[in-house]
Design a protein around this ligand. Structure first.
Ligand code: TYM
Length: 326
């Protein structure tokens, strides 16, 4: 059975973008693949975090995964930092990655520009991500488009390691959702919807009240063209709403365009708000039932045991091949 894996970093509450770009893909694939899903808390540390908040958010992420439809019977669910072999492997992989490669990552270039005092962790971030993926020989990595380059780097690092030391890793491939590879901010629809956005009027959090979600969608930025058509260049706001609606229903963008032909933006926005609130409401109901359950710890204990076992074996193989073993 082929293996899929993905992780999300707890730097803010999960958004509709995370749900559509990553979690929903995992849910739709979990019956056919051996599935691994984790909270990338070490990745969150590359920027300053409030430790109490981070601790709470990690647990909320796990509960949210399950509330979103991730089946604990079909997934290995764990917290990245509980697997000490992953950062150890990351160091070994750093030594097979060039500084040039790491510094060419788009996310590194953007984030290092935003803050001159960026951490070294921001540079090595994609190599830690490579360790996350390679330790368990994941075949496929469902992600949004912003993480595609990082998965490709993981593949390049794996290939180089295999060439240098003999076959050690499976070469992973990113998997992108057909429509929702990038959900944009509702207010600034040329910018990614992000959980760390300071002004959340354009961001739908999975914890937002249904009233707030409706308000945000009804007030989202559109244009003066007046036609409901997917045209990312000239109508980014409407295109984004079409992407959201298409990702959450089984309707194609073309079908939605036909359905709303000749109708106004207000009517279309009401429809999108209904689709989103219905989905989020189901997720929130399930979330409130499990957030305080003991079951979460049992799931995490089981998940980390399996994950550590695999990573321990892989790290040993790497060290043997690299010559750092007695
Ligand atoms: P993170 O936490 O930024 O995002 C988690 C996942 O959500 C996707 N995503 C989006 N998709 C569509 N539209 C959006 N607006 C949007 N925003 C985020 C991301 O593409 C991602 O798939 N480095 C990773 C976490 C990570 C990881 C890994 C992922 C660590 N190790 C190994 C895969 C495999 C990150 O920060 O994702």
């Amino acid at each position: 059975m082929k293996r899929i894996l993905t992780g999300l970093k707890p730097t803010g509450d999960l958004t509709l973008g995370n749900y559509i770009g990553a979690i929903k893909q995992m849910v739709s694939m979990q019956n056919k693949y051996d599935s691994y899903l984790f909270v990338a808390d070490l990745h969150a540390l590359t920027v300053k975090q409030d430790s109490e908040e981070l601790k709470m958010r990690i647990r909320k992420f796990i509960a949210m995964y399950i509330a979103c439809g991730i089946d604990p019977e079909k997934n290995t669910i764990y917290i990245q930092s509980e697997n000490e072999y992953i950062p150890a492997m990351s160091y070994l992989l750093e030594c097979t990655t060039t500084y040039g490669e790491a510094s060419r990552m788009i996310q590194f270039k953007e984030k290092s520009k935003e803050n001159a005092n960026f951490s070294v962790g921001l540079l090595t971030y994609p190599i830690l991500m490579a360790a996350d993926i390679l330790y368990c020989d994941a075949d496929y990595v469902p992600v949004g488009i912003d993480q595609k380059q990082h998965v490709e780097l993981a593949r390049n690092i794996a290939e180089r390691f295999n060439n240098r030391y003999g076959k050690t890793f499976t070469l992973p491939e990113p998997i992108l959702n057909e429509t929702g590879t990038k959900i944009y901010d509702l207010k600034v629809p040329t910018k990614k919807m992000s959980k760390t956005e300071e002004n959340p009027v354009g961001v739908i959090s999975l914890f937002d009240t249904l009233e707030d979600i409706t308000k945000k969608i009804m007030r989202s930025t559109t244009d003066s063209i007046g036609i409901i058509k997917y045209d990312i260049e000239n109508q980014p706001g409407i295109s984004n709403l079409l992407t959201i609606a298409s990702s959450l229903t089984n309707k194609s963008i073309k079908d939605l365009e036909r359905e709303f032909e000749g109708k106004g933006y207000g009517e279309f926005k009401k429809y999108v708000a209904l689709v989103v609130t219905e989905e989020v409401s189901k997720i929130q109901d399930k979330y409130s039932k499990i957030i305080n359950s003991k079951e979460l710890d049992e799931i995490l204990d089981k998940g980390i045991e399996k994950s550590r076992k695999l990573a321990k074996e892989k790290e040993k193989i790497m060290k043997e091949k690299m010559g750092t073993i007695r």
